[in-house]
Design a protein around this ligand. Sequence first.
Ligand code: F6P
Length: 491
Amino acid sequence: TDAAASFLDGRRLVVMSNRQPYSHEYDGDEVVVNRPAGGLTAALDPVIQTVGGTWVAWGSGEADRVVADDDVVEVPPEDPAYDLRRVWLDEEQVDGYYYGYSNQALWPLSHSDTTRATFSRDDWKCYREVNELFAEAAVEACDDADPVIWFQDYHFGLAPQMARERLGEDAFLMQFWHLPWTGWDVFRACPQAEQLLDGLLANDLLGFHTAAYCQHFLDTVEATTDYDVDRGTRCVRQNDRRTYVRPFRIGIDADAQAAAADTDEAASFWETFADAHGLEDRRVGVGVDRLDYTKGIVERLEALEQFFETRPEWRGEFTFVQKGSESRSRIPAYRKVQERVEAKVADINSRFGTTDWQPIVYTTEMLSGEALAGLYRHADLCLVTSLRDGMNLVAKEFAAAQLDTTGVLVLSELAGASDELGDDAVLIHPSDTPAVADAIERALSMPADERERRMRGLREQVLDADVYEWIASQFRTAERIERPGPEQESA
Ligand code: F6P
């Protein structure tokens, strides 16, 4: 908050994200407000409450339109601290912009999955149109003053340029891209590559999770445009305009996660869950994912199958709990993942299960933050097997909840998190099925002192580099860029 306030220096902050921090739903005839339960919106909300300003987001709650006066509603309702400005989208726009270009073009492309990426002209048109709507909403929120606009993510590849055209050079624009940035030769698969780069290069500061993604972005600019790329200052120059490209690794609210793992709710959830699935006297593994093909859930289940097949001594001794949450189900590739996961779980359970032991417990039930923290706390290992992942916050949530430091993190080397957690996690390549099966055995057989040493290292990292540090470091860098002193070169 201090870093944000110091950089803003009285200017208005406008934050833009696809998902909104507060939504309104009907409970019968009554309108209830849903608060941010976790994730990015929950972490940003207290910061924006302190510095004030406007948050622009897609108004997607059933009752949002009823309570919103002139598109803007003050939040939080009991103690208004900032404006929430909704952008209203019709069905066609949601299909083209969210389900279409964002999630069937940019999402697979950024995860280097060109076989799943489709670049429909109609989706692109919608994406552009919706980016215009968001840019207009941001400009309206500025009240003519020179603002600071902070764009979140890949839904807004064009909005920075559109806002820049309206606001001029004195506005400070910054953006964080929450996905990986793929290699330039993969990005070429996108027919709109140049337009997207121009859109993003209207920012003064552009952030990615890792140094490698920054490098890939600069390579892409160099290969696609004739702008000047200065590798020393990690900056792209087009005439007088400069875009600084920097890594900021996102974290979680680690103290809150640790506190959640220590609640009565976490303990009682675990007790009931362990009792229902016969987990008390068994070793337990956990996987928690949105049902997305990038998470490598089917690949993980194949490794578990191979583990039980080749190590019969672990049958009846180890249970894997997979929690999945439905996501983007209007897209066929996502429905297919859901079906494949269900089929594989059923397969493994019928192959190896006995009357008193089920190898895989699969649930798509909504769990509270405390319940989930209880599950993480009591698990002996966590499997993160993403085929590609910008960061992966499950790895961090697991570590923060491991109050007893007895669990082991098995982590994909293709997740951004492996950059900082690689020394203390057991790293695996998610497509190397026998290696993942070996890693499961290694984690389960690891001596207690090694487990403790590794988990302490992970927790130290996760508690230190939390989401608040992620926010602060972006504003500190923004300040160094805007008010260059002797340190500018290392900004
Ligand atoms: O990882 C990118 C991201 O936008 C996250 O910020 C978010 O948790 C996730 O994807 C969820 O996606 P959606 O908003 O499409 O449900």
